[in-house]
Design a protein around this ligand. Structure first.
Ligand SMILES: [Zn+2]
Length: 276
C-alpha cells in the first residue's frame, strides 16, 4: 500500500470504533520503514508499552500478560508459558504501540472531517471558551484561604472557617491537596486526570465545585464565579490563587505573625506621623 492510501485508511480507522491504537503485530506487516515515516510526519506517536499482547507462541490469538524483566546486561526480556508451545520468549518490540494523531491527519489532508463533525467541534470550543470566561479574578485573594485540617478542606473568609464538605478524592479535594505549591500541567495530567480529561478541564471543574461548595456551606462571597485555581502560561504551571495552610495550627500561627507585621507597620506610620 502506498503511503498516502495507508495514512488515509489509518485515519478512517482511528475515527471508527476500532479506535486509534496501532499495535506491533499490525506494524510488522507494514512496508519497511513505514512506521518511522509515520512517526516523523507526526501521524503516529508512541504510547506506553502494552501490558497485554497476543500470544506469539501459538495460533490461538489468546491475549496474555507476559512477565517482563531487565537482564543484567541491560537488555529487556519477556517470556510466557504458552499452553501449546511451552515457554516462549517474547521480543520487546511486540509490546510497542502507537496512537494515530488525527489532528495531524487532518492537517496533512489525509482525513476530511464532515461538515457535521467540524460544526460540532466548533460549537464545543466556543462553549468551553464561554465557560472559561465565566471565572473572574478576585481582587483581594489575601482575605481568604484554604486550610487542610485532618484531610478535610476548610475555607476561611471574613473571620469564619468552615469545612467545605468536599467528597474525599473529588477533583476539588485532590487539587487543593496537590496545589500547596504550583504544579506543572504534565504532572497534573499524570497524577490527577482520568484518561480523556485535560488539566484545563480539571481546573474548570475544580473552580466550579469550589464556588458551589463555598456558597452551599454558607459563605457570602463578593462574587460566585471566582477563579481559585489558575494556569500560569509563563511557567506552564497550575496554582491556587489563595494561600493553602497545612493545618489550623499553621493558619493561626502565620496569621498571628502577619498581624504582628501589620501592627508594626502601623506603629511605624504612627511615629512617622507624630514627627510632624
Ligand atoms: Zn499461546
Amino acid at each position: 500500500m502506498k503511503l498516502e492510501e495507508h495514512a488515509k485508511s489509518l485515519a478512517i480507522r482511528a475515527k471508527s470504533r476500532v479506535g486509534d491504537t496501532v499495535v506491533a503485530y499490525e506494524v510488522m506487516k507494514w512496508p519497511e520503514g513505514r512506521l518511522q515515516q509515520f512517526i516523523e510526519m507526526g501521524l503516529l506517536r508512541p504510547l506506553p508499552d502494552a501490558d497485554e499482547i497476543r500470544c506469539p507462541g501459538c495460533t490461538d490469538s489468546c491475549m496474555i500478560v507476559p512477565i517482563r524483566t531487565i537482564l543484567p546486561n541491560g537488555e529487556p526480556y519477556a517470556e510466557h508459558l504458552c499452553g501449546k508451545e511451552g515457554l516462549v520468549e517474547i521480543p520487546d518490540f511486540l509490546f510497542k504501540c502507537w496512537q494515530i494523531v488525527i489532528n495531524k491527519m487532518i492537517e496533512l489532508g489525509y482525513y476530511h472531517e464532515t461538515q457535521d463533525n467540524r460544526g460540532k467541534r466548533e460549537k464545543e470550543k466556543t462553549k468551553k471558551q464561554a465557560k472559561k470566561k465565566n471565572f473572574e479574578h478576585w481582587p483581594s485573594p489575601g482575605d481568604a484561604c484554604f486550610i487542610i485540617e485532618n484531610e478535610r478542606i476548610e475555607f476561611h473568609y471574613d473571620g469564619e472557617i468552615k469545612d467545605l464538605k468536599l467528597k474525599k478524592d473529588s477533583n476539588a479535594d485532590q487539587m487543593i491537596k496537590y496545589l500547596q505549591a504550583p504544579v506543572s500541567g504534565k504532572i497534573i495530567k499524570k497524577i490527577l486526570c482520568s484518561p480523556g480529561t485535560r488539566p484545563s478541564d480539571l481546573k474548570d471543574q475544580t473552580n466550579e465545585q469550589l464556588n458551589k461548595k463555598i456558597a452551599t456551606v454558607g459563605f457570602i462571597m463578593p462574587m460566585n464565579n471566582i477563579e481559585f485555581i489558575r494556569f500560569v502560561d509563563t511557567r506552564n504551571e497550575y496554582e491556587c490563587v489563595l494561600e493553602i495552610y497545612q493545618s489550623r495550627g499553621d493558619f493561626t500561627r502565620l496569621e498571628l505573625e502577619q498581624s504582628l507585621v501589620d501592627d508594626r507597620r502601623f506603629k511605624d506610620l504612627d511615629t512617622a506621623e507624630d514627627q510632624y
